[in-house]
Design a protein around this ligand. Structure first.
Ligand SMILES: [Zn+2]
Length: 111
């Protein structure tokens, strides 16, 4: 969040950062974070193949981040109530994932 920076922070916060940074933040907490978004999806946490009988509606939270001093932004996607599993995507891997999902669904819809 724009304002006073702790001594470990070498760059200003990106404009989208809403995270409070503190002098005593441990290394893993030294990242910029955007405002969260949420999305409801179907998820199965069972080991057997996905089936509508074992789907649960899960609210996901999506948040953008960037570690201090780095240049790669990522999006973390995780169930709001569980925090695991967590999927972390960069712009490149998110694009590849979206493309692959679109291709698979289009292929199956055509057949
Ligand atoms: Zn920040």
């Amino acid at each position: 969040m724009p304002g006073l920076q702790p001594s470990w922070q070498r760059e200003p916060c990106p404009l989208w950062c809403i995270r409070e940074h503190g002098e005593d933040d441990i290394a893993l907490d030294r990242y910029h974070q955007g405002p969260p978004a949420s999305l409801s999806v179907a998820m199965s946490t069972r080991p057997d193949e996905p089936h509508h009988n074992n789907f649960e509606t899960v609210d996901l939270t999506l948040r953008v981040g960037r570690f201090s001093g780095e240049i790669v932004d990522w999006v973390a996607i995780e169930p709001i109530e569980l925090t695991v599993p967590r999927i972390v995507l960069t712009a490149e891997s998110a694009s590849r994932l979206a493309q692959r999902v679109k291709e698979m669904l289009a292929h199956h819809a055509a057949g």
